[in-house]
Each structure stands twice: as C-alpha cells, then as structure tokens.
Design a protein around this ligand. Structure first.
Ligand code: NDP
Length: 265
C-alpha cells in the first residue's frame, strides 16, 4: 500500500506493542521516519528486535525511547528528540494506554483520577509538546487511538468508557481549533487482538484451552459481526489512511475499527 508517507516524520506513543507496534511497522515500511515511545525499556528492546526480524527496521529512520506520555517533562523531551533527530514532526499518533475493568461500585475516587488522567493526559501532553512542530508541517495530522467505548459504554468498564467519551469530545474540539493547519482524527477500536488481549489469554482460567480456541470463543461471546478478533495491522492501516494525503479533507472524524461492533446506525 502506498500511503504517500515517505520521509514524513511520525511519532507513535505506545509503539512497543500491539496497535502501536503494528503502526510503527507500517510507517517504516512506507518509508516514514518514526519516533516510538513507551515506559518499559525491556518491551522497547523486544519491539526493536521484532522490527528487525520482520525486516522493517531501518536504523537511520527510527528512534525508540522511554517516555511516560502523561508526564509533561518527558513528552517535551520526546518532542525535542524528534526535532533534533529528524528536524520536526508531521504526524502524531496518540496511541498509548490501556483499559480498566471496573463497575461504578468498584471504582474508587483514586481509580477515577488515575483513569481520567491516563486517558486525557495521554492525548493532552504529547499534543501540547508536538503542536509547535506540527504547525510547521505542510501536511500535519494527529490521530488518536480511542475506543468504541466512547460511543458505546459497557457496565464492566465504566470509568474507561466515561474517559474515552471525554477524549472523543476533545478530538472534535482540537480538530476545530487546530484547523486548517493540523488535521485531528480518531479511530474507535474494539476487539483488536493486542498485548492487552494476550495478557488476558495468558491469565485464562483453563490453561488447557488453546490460543485459537480461546480467541474463537472470545469472538463468539462478544458477538463480533465479522466473527473474529481484529489484527493490530488492521487498526494500523486505518491510522495510515488518516495520516495520509488520501484523508486530506478529513478532520474531526472518528473511524470505527471494531469488526462491526457498533450498534449505532
Ligand atoms: P498494548 O497493551 O498492546 O499496547 C499499549 C502500549 O501503550 C504499550 O506499548 C505500552 O507500553 C504503552 N503505554 C501504556 N501506557 C503508557 C504511558 N503512560 N506512556 C507511554 N506508553 C504507554 O495495547 P493495544 O495495542 O491494544 O492498545 C493501544 C491503544 O488502543 C490503547 O490506548 C488502548 O486502550 C486502545 N484500545 C485497544 C483496544 C483493543 O481491542 N486492543 C480496544 C479499545 C481501545 P508500556 O506499558 O511499556 O508503557
């Protein structure tokens, strides 16, 4: 696929695993220059090895660094890394994060604080840090990896759903405020088989259950219309499209990548 991203500078937060890592792979394969970050240095090392094994790794076009995206000083340092290494930034992919399982009754104030902080500041901090660089680009785009929960809350992820709805709203506000210089779009993800689902598979009660059986049962129980879990590279392809000139007239949009899980018409 040619997304026309050659030599564009892209930042992928949470690029060491799942959707983020698949996006790093896609961008490197398209000839982009990529800055990836996550918190755990070991996971970053493993992701670099995976990129090398897959043939996508190009040393002159890639830097991966430790950064907690909710931390202002660390996100500022990440922007400085992009500026110093590649001279700027064209594309910011706010992907880092994870879901929290809790109902209203089991969510404490501390949980609410932590969840709202992670979901909102994982978008706010990198966006604020990179905005001056993005504004200098002639094709700037921000893509937020959000969840279908933003539109379709579930009772067992009550604070994640509310936090995702806040991010959904924020994407729209930013798309208006940053236009026409910087486009801002989101994908609404559900049921994509990534690190989060792999951890749940590892914790399955019946350790005899095979990987394929566990994921098939999961897809069935979730009643996914396309009858399977999605692949990280399928979410990455949607991100690549929204980052590309093919989406030049699209801003403020949220594209569902969920195998048809949305109930909305
Ligand atoms: P993974 O767990 O595979 O990847 C998450 C990535 O984010 C890791 O690289 C992780 O690395 C990084 N990360 C987490 N917190 C931070 C932080 N504070 N600062 C920097 N990096 C961080 O999950 P997915 O690929 O599934 O998740 C990608 C995004 O998609 C997340 O925002 C997730 O909530 C969202 N999503 C995914 C769904 C799915 O079905 N897969 C459904 C709905 C939403 P490290 O821990 O080392 O920091």
């Amino acid at each position: 696929m040619d997304f026309q991203l050659r030599d564009r500078v892209a930042i992928v937060t949470g690029g060491s695993s799942g959707i983020g890592l698949a996006t790093v792979h896609l961008l490197l394969s398209e000839g982009a220059k990529v800055v990836s970050c996550a918190r755990d240095p070991k996971k970053i090392e493993d992701s670099i090895q995976w990129l090398k094994d897959s043939g996508a790794f190009v040393e002159e076009r890639f830097v991966a660094t430790v950064c907690d995206v909710t931390d202002e000083a660390q996100t500022n340092a990440l922007a400085e890394t992009a500026r110093a290494r590649f001279g700027g930034a064209d594309i910011l992919i706010n992907n880092a994060g994870q879901g929290r399982y809790s109902t209203f009754e089991t969510t404490s104030d501390d949980d609410w604080d932590a969840e709202m902080r992670l979901k909102l500041y994982s978008v706010i901090r990198p966006t604020r840090a990179f905005l001056p660089l993005l504004r200098q680009s002639d094709a700037a785009a921000i893509i937020v990896v959000n969840a279908l929960l933003a539109r379709q809350p579930v009772a067992h992820m009550v604070c994640t759903s509310a936090a995702r709805a806040s991010v959904h709203n924020l994407v729209k506000s930013m798309s208006v405020e940053f236009a026409p210089t910087v486009r801002v779009n989101a994908i609404l993800v559900d049921s994509v088989n990534s690190g989060q689902w792999e951890r749940r598979f590892a914790d399955r009660p019946d350790k005899q259950q095979s990987r394929s059986d566990w994921f098939a049962a999961l897809a069935h129980s979730r009643q996914i219309p396309l009858a399977r879990m999605g692949l990280p590279r399928e979410a990455a392809a949607a991100i690549g499209f929204l980052a590309s000139p093919a989406a030049a007239f699209i801003t403020g949009a949220s594209l569902e990548v969920s195998g048809g899980m949305s109930k909305a018409a």
